[in-house]
Design a binder for this molecule. Structure first.
Ligand SMILES: [Fe+2]
Length: 194
């Protein structure tokens, strides 16, 4: 039986913060939960990507975005906000917006839009759905990330194995979610470096 999204999220939330030794320690501690936690090289900032035409300010502070969505495959997306020395950045804004189960954005309301602030250990997560494809783009989430007092990073995260990735002008492999299939949807990991 596959693990659930909740199990993986709980494991993620229990990840110890031990910079430089985290990947190995977690792999050894939980071989059944292959959540990688990479410590990137300094200066390896998360690349920027354009916001596109569907960003809307003033999204609700909410990480449970699928409550009002009937269709679509469930997904939990989670990660850390880190600085270039792999130190977690508490109090960072993480905002998401994405297409719904039919490939449309809610431009009238705030369906599938939300933001949160990282806790003391720099963690963020959203429970939402896998966005459907819409013409001209591969599958993606939109994000804005801002450390306290810092500039806003606007970027997009992508799904591994998507046929449209290779032909998408905004796709970059460094923006791929680390994706696991679970018993009740997917679990995607990404650590922002700002
Ligand atoms: Fe988009």
């Amino acid at each position: 039986m596959r693990v659930s999204r909740r199990t993986l999220l709980t494991a993620f939330l229990a990840l110890p913060l031990m910079p430089a030794a985290r990947t190995r320690s977690f792999a050894q501690a939980s071989p059944a939960l292959p959540l990688t936690l990479e410590c990137r090289d300094a200066d390896d900032l998360t690349p920027e990507r354009e916001a596109g035409p569907f960003f809307k300010p003033n999204s609700p502070r909410n990480r449970e975005l699928h409550a009002d969505v009937l269709g679509g495959e469930r997904i939990t997306v989670a990660g850390f906000v880190l600085d270039t020395h792999c130190r977690p950045l508490a109090g960072s804004l993480v905002e998401i917006w994405h297409a719904d189960e039919s490939g449309a954005y809610d431009n009238a309301g705030f369906r599938l839009r939300g933001h949160q602030f990282t806790g003391a250990q720099g963690r963020w997560w959203f429970n939402t759905i896998v966005p459907a494809l819409y013409p001209g783009r591969t599958r993606h989430f939109h994000f804005k990330v801002q450390r306290p007092g810092g500039p806003i990073l606007t970027t997009q995260l992508f799904f591994p194995g998507e046929p449209g990735n290779a032909g998408d002008r905004l796709f970059h492999e460094t923006l791929l979610l680390d994706m696991k299939q679970t018993g009740d949807g997917r679990f995607g990991r990404f650590d922002f470096v700002v």
